[in-house]
Ligand binder design. Structure first.
Ligand SMILES: Cc1ncc(COP(=O)(O)O)c(C=O)c1O
Length: 368
């Protein structure tokens, strides 16, 4: 079982014995029978059996030797990952998920360190920021600007500088790229997005390249209690079963929509890693379900496009089966270098022609 689609369908199921259920059970128990005389489960914050099928399946997909560590959210996993670095300077992408940047800044400030924001696509700039750094957080593609990093080159330079390499692989998913094989020390996910895939669960995960890092993160998760509920974890594995089908359709929809929109007379700019004008196409993961667009008419027109859609859902988040869009700068914490009129579109699994017709009618009614 080596191919992602097979791993997704088959991994994490109970043993193949007569009468066993097809799906793993959900164990709802905060504590375990344990008299303290023999090793074994003690308390569910330390270990919950229902986590294991999800954690093993994600680890296999990411090519990780150690199980994933499921967390209560993507932000909980990112917090754990950042705490695995020694205090000091953290290098972050200038554009990345805004809450990750806020957490990195808060943490650095409290520990007497600092955060340096760089253009993650500019490898020379990134590398020159690394000497003396304790960690670098990479998103590629970045959220929401879809910049692409040279992960192997940055990881090699970070290791020379003694910095921990953390890659947020939420956008690419393990089907798009496997950061551990590219040199990452830690991979994090907002499983809320493509992994779970149905906009019905908040969940995160962190994976480590070494036993030591795995243990450090396990310890932090256990002590701080950023653990996931059994039901949410079970639901995420259930959603993940169809990830290969969803990601194939979603990324095909996004590429085709980006191509059509790049020729639309009411569109100023479109960004997607498959478009010929993307500056770093060769660094793109195998598939990207998000694209950005800036309509003619600026911020007001962008707001009107969101309001005029009938099928696309005006909502934050991404990675669900339903297509959604939002103007990112409406969020107070979004970086000021993200254009005011930038719409982030998360493609779902609907028919491409319906998606296209709805964006097209929304553009015409907003810009006219
Ligand atoms: C790239 C990325 N990383 C992390 C997160 C945070 O994940 P969660 O909302 O599951 O905490 C998000 C949420 O939008 C995200 O887009």
């Amino acid at each position: 079982m080596t191919k992602p689609a097979t791993i997704l369908a088959q991994s994490g199921r109970p043993d193949r014995v007569q009468g066993s259920p097809v799906n793993p059970p959900i164990v709802l128990s905060s504590t375990y029978r344990n008299a303290g005389t023999e090793p074994g489960n003690i308390y569910a914050r330390w270990n919950t059996e229902t986590w294991h099928p999800f954690e093993q399946t994600l680890a296999t997909l990411e090519g990780a030797e150690h199980p994933a560590l499921v967390h209560s959210s993507g932000m909980a996993a990112i917090t754990t990952a950042l705490h695995a670095a020694r205090p000091g300077r953290i290098v972050v992408p200038r554009h990345a998920y805004h809450a990750s940047l806020v957490v990195a800044r808060d943490m650095a400030q409290r520990e007497g360190g600092e955060v340096i924001a760089v253009d993650i696509a500019n490898t020379d700039e990134v590398i020159s920021s690394l000497p003396g750094a304790s960690a670098i957080l990479i998103e590629s593609p970045t959220n929401p600007m879809l910049e692409l990093a040279d992960i192997p080159a940055i990881a090699a330079a970070a290791h020379d500088a003694g910095a921990l390499v953390i890659v947020d692989n939420t956008f690419a998913t393990p089907l798009g790229q496997q950061p551990l094989a590219m040199g990452a020390d830690i991979v994090v996910h907002s499983a809320t997005k493509y992994l779970a895939g149905h906009s019905d669960v908040i969940l995160g995960a962190a994976l480590a390249a070494t036993e030591e890092l795995h243990h450090t993160m396990w310890d932090f998760r256990t002590r701080t209690g950023s653990v996931a509920g059994p039901f949410e974890t079970w639901l995420a594995l259930r959603g993940m079963r169809t990830l290969s089908l969803r990601f194939e359709r979603i990324t095909a929809n996004a590429s085709e929509l980006a191509r059509r929109l790049s020729e639309h007379p009411l569109v100023e700019a479109v960004t997607h890693p498959t478009l010929p004008d993307h500056p770093h196409r060769e660094r793109a993961p195998k598939g990207c379900g998000v694209l950005t667009l800036r309509p003619v008419g600026g911020r007001e027109a962008a707001d009107r496009v969101v309001e005029a859609t009938k099928l696309w859902l005006p909502a934050t988040s991404l990675g669900g089966v339903e297509s959604s869009l939002e103007r990112r700068r409406r969020l107070a914490d979004e970086a000021e270098t993200v254009p005011e009129d930038l719409l982030r579109l998360s493609c779902g699994i609907e028919d491409i022609d319906d998606l296209w017709e709805d964006v097209d009618q929304a553009l015409h009614s907003a810009v006219a």
